[in-house]
Design a protein around this ligand. Structure first.
Ligand code: SF4
Length: 106
């Protein structure tokens, strides 16, 4: 028979709205780039994010089926994603011992 609920002050609703906004923000568009001059093929990235893969030359690239777009040059490979895996990409970037991975949100 407790009457001590949060009825009427709206504070719990405000918290719920913030959580909904955070969920909506989970699907981001972002780019992940590998500097192929810096990459040394250690593949700490692949352990953190399985969208990375070993390209023909032994350096890091991306599984093309996971990306919205993929651009590759001699100097870099860049993938664009729209999903909720931004933190996986950031974890891969943090794990790279040569700081070869750059993650940018759009
Ligand atoms: S962890 Fe860094 S150096 Fe190693 S393969 Fe991935 S991008 Fe290249």
């Amino acid at each position: 028979m407790s009457a001590d609920t949060a009825d009427g002050d709206g504070s719990e609703e405000a918290v719920a709205d913030e959580e909904t906004a955070a969920d909506d923000a989970a699907a981001d568009t972002y780019t992940v780039a590998v500097d192929r001059d810096a990459c040394d093929g250690v593949f700490a990235c692949l352990v953190r994010d399985d969208r990375f893969r070993e390209d023909d030359d032994g350096l890091a690239g991306f599984d093309p089926e996971t990306a919205d777009a993929l651009e590759r040059s001699e100097a870099s490979v860049q993938a664009t994603f729209t999903d909720d895996r931004l933190e996986d990409a950031r974890a891969a970037a943090a794990a790279c011992p040569f700081d070869a991975i750059t993650v940018e949100t759009q």
